[in-house]
Design a protein around this ligand. Structure first.
Ligand code: LIP
Length: 266
């Protein structure tokens, strides 16, 4: 892939994420409610998720009409250019619904299944995280490096939970057994933000089972380009089965603990 194409895709992702973040921040209805539900009554969609995805796809397809799209709120087209955009129009929808600040716009571009650029826009923090493959990660214009690795028992670990009771019961058991073994646990509500927090050292590590590609595509590239390690079970890439990201010296001890605790299955 040429640097010119990579730069074009990154600039487009930054502009689309900026516009969506502005819409979501300035036009959130005071009486925002649930427009629809998905895997359970608490897995919600708002009118703003839908509006954000429509704005993002409109912005990207105007510039690159032959690209494909995969969006959380239903976009699913192959395209013919070889580029596919992976979009979470609001990552942290429940936080957005409740008026909590931890939500983000996450946009990634893939070529032949490999993520080549990623942007995570966090309006409540006035922060834009970005990365291009092989070119590092940035917070605004500042290059990012993940935090030096502490011992596992001094590590601050982020995680998240699903929307179905059976899965939440297993996830709660993993947290119950992990909590005494680490510094502390944080549950922020947005995988994209958690992955960016690993990238910038606000978390030492993060794990979650059950994410969708749109939740992690951009944040995983940003964490990896910031020098963190990412993956799933030992020897397995990061996926819906299990997402793990941590600073290099912490990654394998965390990954081993998660495997022993069965964090990769319900
Ligand atoms: C969210 C993830 C988060 C997870 C939530 C939810 P959404 O994505 O980013 O990590 O714990 O349950 O799935 O649904 O807000 O786009």
């Amino acid at each position: 892939m040429t640097d010119r194409l990579k730069n074009e895709l990154l600039d487009l992702a930054l502009e689309a994420a900026r516009r969506a973040g502005a819409l979501l921040s300035k036009s959130r209805p005071a009486d925002l409610g649930v427009a629809a539900t998905k895997t359970s009554a608490i897995d919600v969609v708002t009118e703003m998720d839908i509006a954000s995805e429509k704005l993002i796809i409109g912005c990207l397809s105007e510039a690159r009409p032959d690209d494909g799209f995969l969006g959380e709120e239903g976009a699913s087209t192959e395209g013919s250019s070889g580029v596919r955009w992976v979009i979470d129009p609001i990552d942290g929808t429940v936080n957005y619904l409740y008026g909590l600040p931890a939500w983000a716009v996450s946009i990634a571009a893939e070529i032949d299944g490999e993520t080549v650029v990623g942007v995570v826009e966090i309006p409540s923090r006035c922060e834009t995280f970005s990365a291009a493959s092989g070119e590092g990660a940035r917070l605004g214009d500042r290059p990012l490096r993940s935090r030096p690795s502490p011992p596992l028992d001094q590590a601050l670990i982020g995680t998240g939970f699903g929307y179905v009771v059976e899965r939440k019961l297993g996830q709660a058991e993993v947290v119950r057994r992990m909590l005494p073994e680490v510094r502390d646990i944080r549950r922020g509500g947005s995988a994209a933000i958690d992955l960016c927090d690993v990238a910038c050292g606000r978390l030492d590590g993060y794990y979650e089972r059950g994410l969708n590609p749109w939740d992690y595509a951009a944040g995983e590239l940003i964490a990896r380009e910031a020098g963190a390690r990412t993956g799933g079970r030992p020897g397995v890439p990061l996926s819906t089965e299990l997402a793990v990201a941590a600073s290099p010296g912490l990654f394998e001890p965390l990954q081993r603990m998660l495997d022993e605790l069965g964090a990769w299955h319900d």
